[in-house]
Design a protein around this ligand. Structure first.
Ligand SMILES: Cc1cc2nc3c(=O)[nH]c(=O)nc-3n(C[C@H](O)[C@H](O)[C@H](O)COP(=O)(O)OP(=O)(O)OC[C@H]3O[C@@H](n4cnc5c(N)ncnc54)[C@H](O)[C@@H]3O)c2cc1C
Length: 491
């Protein structure tokens, strides 16, 4: 007589512990009869939620589930290929990771609500209150000056943080909550549908096979496993989009001057060049993070330069005409001298541009291919996708990680609601609301950012004229500017 599975998650722990015992017994049977052979009879361990991927999206979902009394008792496993304790953030370290993100106030509020922001290393985050954005071809610009709260404090547009600071905070928060089964340094090797056997019915449950021979059965399998998501592949969910043929060059840099931005609002700078935008975003003190989207060939050149030439190229990117910059990209060395000469012969608005950078942190220059992808849906039977597994966006508006946090907030809310009304959390009935809430919102953002990239990739012609008119017009219309500020802030 096959054993049917309980319908409510709270029954899972009781049933699964019975099966865990059976699993141990059968393993010892194999070790007695076949000591040298590989076969291990593995029964799946049963979980309410198996989350593949311990990046910001996965960890924030699990923290949100554990932080809420309604979902705190779910039986949860996290599978992560990397060592989660490999690079804990060091509060006193003077070096900064080159992987940083700007978190919108909406994201920071969510992290506060789930108790994670208290664990952030506060000396390593940097809020900014103003933005300078300009077109490198037409010279038209838009400046987002700080608006102030009723108490006179400048509003925060976004907060810069190293991604490792965020994941360390989320892990620290999880450590304070009822424990989940964390399986890091462990890779998912396969996922298949379960079957009905003599003693249990796991038909249509995803069974996740790990590289340590364990198998996990998931009432709900969460794919927070990044752009190449194995969970998305298992669920057969198509992901559409295109590669931009651009790489995002990142680096941690030192900015000239003792008090960069310390006497006024901290400012983020972004200049649109025909190859893509170059942005300098403030970190604490005189440190900033660079994100320069450019062609793979130019990215390769930038990575090959000496520190002095790289610094000159970054300073040139914010100052020289695109044609001069193109010339510098044809050189293999000597950029520092060439920039010094060209800078002296170029007129630019020094109030709008960042101070020069004076140093680049050793080993911090790297690049990442940029692409746009969107999954057709975020849900399948007993499957939910979130973060980069569901969508990948051009970094020009700093939205990718924020979208992942938005997904985590939404999915945790809908799981909680489903439990409260007795729905099976893996059913489409329970997951539909999550897909409905997030998909179209994210799709609109992906479309806007994609069009901005295309609009600013034109180096000449009527498009340049039209976009400069548009930027100048927006700059003069206060209500439109505040609308854009609110969008950037995630409000
Ligand atoms: C240059 C650049 C700048 C950016 N700047 C910003 C910004 O300013 N603001 C912003 O909001 N976003 C930004 N982003 C985007 C942001 O970095 C990503 O959206 C975010 O890191 C994705 O987080 P995630 O948790 O969804 O995925 P990931 O961080 O990719 O995590 C996925 C995890 O799944 C694990 N995994 C995958 N496969 C397996 C497997 N088979 N078994 C076990 N584990 C597995 C991986 O090890 C990984 O840890 C930027 C991106 C780039 C490239």
């Amino acid at each position: 007589m096959p054993l049917r599975f309980p319908r409510t998650p709270c029954e899972v722990s009781r049933v699964s512990s019975r099966y865990s015992n059976a699993f141990v017994a059968s393993r010892s049977f194999w070790s007695r009869t076949a000591p040298t052979a590989a076969p291990v009879l593995t029964r799946p361990e049963i979980y309410d939620v198996v989350c593949v991927g311990g990046g910001p999206a996965g960890l924030s979902l699990l923290s949100a589930l554990r932080a809420s009394p309604k979902t705190a008792n779910l039986k949860i496993a996290l599978v992560e290929g990397q060592d989660l304790n490999k690079s804990p953030v060091q509060a006193e370290s003077t070096t900064f990771s080159n992987r940083c993100s700007s978190l919108t106030p909406g994201s920071v509020n969510f992290l506060n609500d789930i108790g994670a922001w208290d664990h952030i290393s506060a000396t390593r985050v940097q809020p900014y209150q103003a933005m300078q954005v300009w077109d490198g071809v037409s010279g038209s610009s838009i400046s987002f000056d700080p608006s102030t709260t009723p108490s006179g404090v400048p509003d925060t547009v976004a907060t810069m943080t190293e991604n490792t600071n965020l994941t360390s905070a989320l892990l620290a928060r999880l450590n304070k909550l009822p424990s989940i089964d964390i399986m890091d340094k462990t890779r998912v090797e396969g996922i298949e549908l379960g079957k009905e056997t003599e003693d249990m019915d796991l038909s249509n449950w995803p069974i996740v096979s790990l590289n340590n021979s364990r198998k996990l059965a998931a009432r709900l399998l969460v794919g927070a496993d990044g752009a190449n998501s194995p969970v998305r592949t298992f669920a057969g969910i198509p992901s559409r989009g295109w590669d931009y043929n651009r790489h995002g060059v990142v680096a941690t840099v030192q900015v000239e001057g003792a008090n960069w931005g310390q006497n006024g609002p901290r400012t983020a700078y972004q200049r649109f060049l025909p190859t893509g935008p170059v942005a300098l975003l403030p970190l604490p003190g005189n440190v900033a993070t660079l994100v320069w989207s450019t062609t793979p060939e130019k990215a390769a050149l930038l990575k090959s330069l000496s520190s002095a030439d790289f610094i000159a190229m970054v300073n040139a990117a914010f100052r020289l005409l695109p044609v001069d910059l193109d010339y510098l990209h044809t050189m293999k060395s000597g950029h520092a001298d060439e920039f010094a000469w060209r800078e002296a012969n170029t007129a630019f608005n020094s109030e709008r541009i960042p101070q020069k950078i004076s140093a680049v942190q050793d080993g911090s220059i790297a690049s990442f291919p940029l692409r746009m992808r969107h999954a057709d849906t975020y849900i399948g039977h007993r499957v939910a996708l979130l973060g980069d597994a569901a969508h990948t966006i051009h970094p020009l508006a700093g939205q990718g990680l924020n979208q992942g946090l938005g997904d985590a907030k939404s999915l945790a809310k809908h799981i909680s609601f489903s439990l409260s009304v007795g729905k099976d959390i893996g059913s489409n009935w329970a997951l539909d609301a999550y897909n409905a809430e997030q998909w179209s919102k994210n799709n609109a953002m992906l479309g806007t950012v994609d069009k901005l990239h295309k609009l600013y990739s034109a180096g000449s012609g009527p498009v340049v004229w039209a976009r400069s008119l548009g930027l100048d017009a927006v700059d003069k219309l206060g209500f439109l500017k505040s609308f854009f500020m609110r969008q950037a802030a995630g409000n």
